[in-house]
Design a protein around this ligand. Structure first.
Ligand SMILES: CC(C)(COP(=O)(O)OP(=O)(O)OC[C@H]1O[C@@H](n2cnc3c(N)ncnc32)[C@H](O)[C@@H]1OP(=O)(O)O)[C@@H](O)C(=O)NCCC(=O)NCCS
Length: 263
C-alpha cells in the first residue's frame, strides 16, 4: 500500500474505515444503490482508501485550499473507486476515468460496462448512486437560508416550478431546495448539468406513486420510464435521485462511524 503526502496528512485525523463485505454487495437489474458518506465516513475513507487515487486525482486533491473540501474529494473519489471495484470485481486502483464533454465522469477502463454511476457532495456529506443499464443522477444540497430564493430560481426553474415556489407559505426554503435538488439530479442523469436550458424541464410531486416520489417533464411532456425520488438526508440536507428505469428499487446504504447499514 503506497501512501503519499496527501494520504499521510489525512490519515492522522481519521480511524480505519470499516467497509462492508464485498461478497455481500450485488447490484441487480432495476436496483439502485445510494451510498451515503457522512462526516465520520469521509475522514475514515480518506485514511483507508486514498491509496487507490491516480496521480491526476492526487494532484486534483492537492489543489483544494480548504482541508474539508480536499478530504471530501478524496473520500468520494476513493469510495467511488472502491464501490465500482466491488460491482465490477476489479481492483479500485486499476480503474481509470474520463469525462464527457459536459464534465460527467465515465469509466475509461474497463470500457463498455453496464454500470452507471453519479456522485454529489455538499458540506460534510457525499452521496454516490449506482445502477445498471440506465442513466442515473443524484444531488445533495445543504439548506441555505437568507438568500433571495426567487432570484436564484429565475432562469433555472420552469414557470410551473416558479409558481410552486411563489405559493410556498410555510417553508419556502425547503420548497426551493426540493425543486433545486430534483432538477439537478435529473440534469445530471441526462449528463448535461445546467448547460442545457433548465427552465424547459419541470419536476413535480408524484406522491400518488409513493412517498417522496416525483416526476419530470420536458416542455410539458411527461418523461416516462423514470424513477425519481426525494432523499431525506437530515433536517438541513436534501437530496434527490433520478434514474431512467421504471419502478427501480432504491436502497440507501448508510455508514456510521464503523458500521455499515442497509436501510
Ligand atoms: C454538473 C453540475 C450540475 C454539478 O453541480 P454541483 O452542485 O457543483 O456539484 P455536485 O456535488 O452535485 O456534483 C459534482 C459531481 O457531479 C459529477 N458531474 C460533473 N459534471 C457532470 C455532468 N455534466 N453530469 C452529471 N454529473 C456530473 C462529478 O462526479 C462531480 O463530482 P467530482 O467533483 O467528485 O468529480 C454543475 O457543475 C453543472 O451544471 N455543470 C455544467 C456542466 C459544466 O459546466 N461543465 C464544465 C466542464 S465542460
Amino acid at each position: 500500500m503506497q501512501h503519499d503526502a496527501v494520504t499521510t496528512r489525512i490519515a492522522r485525523n481519521a480511524g480505519a474505515l470499516s467497509l462492508p463485505d464485498p461478497g455481500q454487495i450485488f447490484l441487480h437489474e432495476k436496483a439502485v444503490h445510494v451510498w451515503i458518506l457522512d462526516e465520520h465516513a469521509i475522514g475514515q475513507a480518506c485514511s483507508s482508501l486514498a491509496y487507490t487515487l491516480s496521480q491526476d486525482e492526487r494532484q486534483h486533491a492537492r489543489a483544494y485550499r480548504h482541508e474539508s473540501d480536499r478530504n471530501n474529494f478524496i473520500a468520494r473519489r476513493s469510495m467511488l473507486r472502491w464501490l465500482i471495484g466491488v460491482y465490477l470485481r476489479s481492483k479500485p486502483e486499476s480503474l481509470s476515468f474520463d469525462v464527457t464533454r459536459f464534465g460527467k465522469p465515465a469509466l475509461q477502463w474497463p470500457r463498455g460496462t453496464r454500470l452507471a454511476f453519479n456522485v454529489s457532495h455538499t458540506d460534510g456529506i457525499a452521496v454516490l448512486a449506482f445502477a445498471l443499464n440506465c442513466r442515473v443522477g443524484i444531488d445533495v444540497e445543504r439548506r441555505i437560508d437568507c438568500i433571495d430564493l426567487m432570484s436564484v430560481a429565475r432562469g433555472i426553474f420552469s414557470p410551473v416550478e416558479e409558481s410552486a415556489l411563489a405559493m410556498a407559505r410555510t417553508d419556502p426554503a425547503a420548497t426551493f431546495l426540493g425543486i433545486w435538488t430534483r432538477k439537478e439530479a435529473l440534469l445530471k442523469a441526462l449528463g448535461s448539468g445546467f448547460l442545457v436550458e433548465p427552465t424547459s424541464y419541470t419536476t413535480e410531486d408524484a406522491s400518488a406513486l409513493g412517498e417522496g416520489r416525483w416526476h419530470a417533464s420536458k416542455k410539458g411532456t411527461r418523461m416516462s420510464g423514470w424513477t425519481c425520488l426525494d432523499l431525506g438526508l437530515g433536517p438541513e440536507v436534501q437530496g434527490a435521485l433520478a434514474v431512467s428505469l421504471d419502478d427501480a428499487h432504491v436502497t440507501l446504504c448508510r455508514c456510521s462511524p464503523s458500521v455499515w447499514l442497509n436501510d
